[in-house]
Design a protein around this ligand. Sequence first.
Ligand code: ZN
Length: 363
Amino acid sequence: MDLEIFVKNNVFSWFEDRAGEEVVRSSSLSSIDDVGRAEISRYSEHLVLENLRYAFENSSYYRDLFKEKDVVVGEIDSLDVFREEVPLTSVEEVVGNHYRFMAVTRNDIFRGFTDSGKRILYTKEELKNLVKSISAGLETVGLDRDDRLLITFPKETEWGCPFLVKMAAVECDCTVMHTDHLTADEQVEKMGEFEPTAVIGSHPYLYTLAKTVDRMDIGLSGVDIDKMIMSRGCVYYPFNEDIRNEIERIYRCDVYDHYGTTETGFAVAIECQDKDGLHVNESEFYLEVVDPETLEPLGSGEEGELVVTTLSREGMPLIRYRTGDITSIDNSIHSCGSILSRLNGIKGEVGNKYPGGSGLPLF
Ligand SMILES: [Zn+2]
């Protein structure tokens, strides 16, 4: 099930669950094929408002924030009002503050992820859902039962990022192997042994690996990769067509851009096989773009800071969370036929810690 079908399925199920209720009364969906932009928008709006109320009632951080800013949650009845009235949340507020963001009891939290000083909490059910999202992302770039996926994320304790990707690959019926952040020689040796058709890992690691393979002229005989998924997370790293072409030349494979941070559970958006914009996981996230200076909402196609609202997170919901990443959103139908919104790549970060073209940090 690729991301488009995944999102349409979730939206269709939501409409079915609410059959007869006012919120879905005027719709008549008989299959997921009937799910269009209007249905996705109605789903997003309802879940955003529902999550806003949930956060206010269950998270002490949001309760205090909304009271302080005079946000009357009950009066917010549309996405337009939501964008106008609800304040943004930034990373500085999350750092050291995760228990105030938490909307369940500590016993309900199964795993936390720490990154750049912030800790993000997940329930076990959320991690299981995450596996489904990641699996849909893998299928979007065409992974199936014939693929052998090499996972190169650094080793973590159980239910960490490589564990979740491994479970997702199993859902796609792929054969899987997990290595680690090995040296170029070691990683290529593993590739020779495992003979992967697909590789996934962090963007900076796979980029550095490719450059090292090229510079040291490490032989890739016996390595026949078809797809490489480069994941970009909390820290900005440049990616453009020149970088894509360079890595595709070195590995003789298709390279796909993937975006997901610790806060968002690693599964926000991924490119399809047309490699032109990242399809958004719209059943799990509501995305906006704002002007990073004025914080005013921007329209479709306008470049600014990406702001995320989670739609299904009970453990630690995030409302209008500033990612610090610069992008724009395209709502037109894609060349592949998908109706999902697309991120036009991550073009930079607010504050510009790694200015474009200045190179990548070394391992
Ligand atoms: Zn597409």
